[in-house]
Design a protein around this ligand. Structure first.
Ligand SMILES: C[S@@+](CC[C@H](N)C(=O)[O-])C[C@H]1O[C@@H](n2cnc3c(N)ncnc32)[C@H](O)[C@@H]1O
Ligand code: SF4
Ligand code: SF4
Length: 355
């Protein structure tokens, strides 16, 4: 256990995990995405902002995600951002994409510029389900894009880029969850990841598998067996508790979650495309720690807000502004509904959730 800044000094060692968006926008509409509830204020980084990140922030970063809440592959700056990250020596760079803009040219750029992990979101194993969940995306284009990338990786003899296919489990796609493993293997993925749905609006409770833990756990078992049979690595959710402890519906005023906070222990920063920084995406309805394009990163990191948040979370396990850890499977409580509920369903005053 380590308090990130103890002595008032931030050395130039790599310790930060930076989760960021180059753009706040996306080109498609997925039925389960938070974007169906609200649209973030449009913002997009440019060359100047990238240069600031390269000089001021990247030297501290050990792991970088270049797309968290938006779609980065259609951003012209993306290849430059990837090069800037690699020139700065960041050991691990990850991009999560909807795959719609994974053209031959973009695939080449990702490989040539040294991307480490590409996560591709499917949430389906058939055209019909895919196009019902990912509105605006085209299955045939997706297949052609992904196969082109995998072929190119083979031709270029690239051993670095790991391709992970992703599937968010919900009633609309559950019958395809197992077949997805064979599809991933056939299309050339290195591994597969599954998560349960994060419930963005009350109607989505009907879509979620968490309220039938026995059925969900049986699915987990079947997924493990099939992944082993096909010899494809798969990240499958931990089993749910015997019954789910429901959130009682009395909304929090100012939530203080008590428990492990990965953001505080592992030195995370979530950076929106407009430059605002937060310790975690779950805290983005609060005041930002600062704006990276207006203040120096070290000043933000050393600032009272960041220091207080981390010291409290690490020493007392009290996470101010957080209603329950949910975004990251490692610290998720598998037997609690709150782990799957968007903050707007647990907390008064965050309905719009956008400042
Ligand atoms: C918000 S998207 C951003 C990156 C990119 N646009 C994409 O779709 O991969 C990141 C991931 O979150 C997943 N996601 C979106 N809404 C979700 C929800 N309500 N529950 C669980 N996962 C969700 C998406 O399927 C995607 O894999
Ligand atoms: S592609 Fe990603 S960001 Fe866009 S709507 Fe779908 S899940 Fe949301
Ligand atoms: S969801 Fe809450 S507890 Fe979990 S990492 Fe984020 S701030 Fe910490």
């Amino acid at each position: 256990m380590r308090i990130p800044i103890r002595s008032g000094w931030l050395s130039r060692q790599r310790r930060i995990q930076l989760f960021m968006d180059l753009t706040s926008t996306c080109n498609i509409h997925c039925i389960h995405c938070f974007r169906e509830l609200f649209q973030p204020t449009p913002a997009r980084m440019g060359e100047k902002e990238l240069q600031t990140l390269k000089e001021d922030v990247f030297p501290y970063v050990k792991r970088l995600s270049l797309s968290e809440t938006g779609e980065s592959l259609y951003v012209k700056l993306l290849p430059h951002a990837l090069s800037a990250a690699k020139e700065s020596g960041i050991p691990l760079v990850h991009i999560q994409t909807n795959g719609t803009h994974l053209s031959q040219e973009i695939s080449f750029q990702l490989l040539q510029r040294g991307l480490d992990i590409l996560g591709i979101s499917f949430d389906a194993a058939t055209q019909g389900t895919f196009e019902k969940i990912r509105l605006g995306a085209d299955w045939r284009t997706m297949e052609s894009n992904v196969r082109t990338l995998i072929d190119m990786r083979r031709v270029l003899k690239d051993r670095k880029l790991q391709v992970i296919f992703h599937f968010a489990l919900m009633k609309q796609n559950v019958s395809e969850a197992i077949d997805f493993l064979a599809l991933a293997k056939e299309w050339g993925a290195d591994s597969v990841s599954y998560t349960h749905l994060f419930i963005e609006k009350p109607e989505m409770k009907e879509w979620s598998l968490i309220y039938e833990p026995d059925t969900a756990n049986q699915l987990h078992r079947n997924l493990r067996i099939e992944a082993e049979r096909l010899a494809i690595p798969a990240l499958i959710p931990e089993d749910l508790g015997g019954s789910i402890d429901l959130f009682d519906g009395i909304l929090f005023d100012s939530p203080v979650y008590k428990g492990h906070c990965t953001a505080a222990h592992e030195d995370w920063i979530f950076l929106r495309a407009n430059g605002d920084c937060y310790p975690c995406f779950n805290l983005h309805d609060r005041m930002p720690l600062g704006n990276i394009f207006k203040e120096n990163f070290v000043e933000i990191w050393m600032g009272e807000m960041n220091q207080k948040f981390r010291k409290r979370a690490v020493s007392n396990g009290e996470v101010e502004g957080c209603d329950g850890c949910k975004f990251f499977t490692k610290c998720e409580r598998n037997d609690q509904e709150i782990s799957y509920l968007a903050k707007r369903l647990t907390t008064a005053g965050v309905a719009g959730n956008e400042r």
